[in-house]
Design a protein. Structure first.
Length: 57
């Protein structure tokens, strides 16, 4: 189950108000999962997620 706070962090990252590097370590995997949900729903591209998170697989 995804921590509900991860959705808030993800919204703030997308808005440019927070950086992924500032997300607490224990929530980072959940934020990645929220981002992946949006990719699967067609709301955002994987490339955009990679840019926002600053990571590539």
């Amino acid at each position: 189950m995804i921590n509900p706070i991860a959705y808030s962090y993800w919204r703030r990252i997308k808005a440019g108000a927070r950086k992924f590097a500032d997300v607490p370590e224990k929530i980072k995997e959940d934020v990645r999962a929220v981002a992946q949900e949006e990719v699967e729903a067609g709301k955002i591209t994987q490339e955009e997620v990679d840019r926002l998170i600053g990571e590539t697989e």
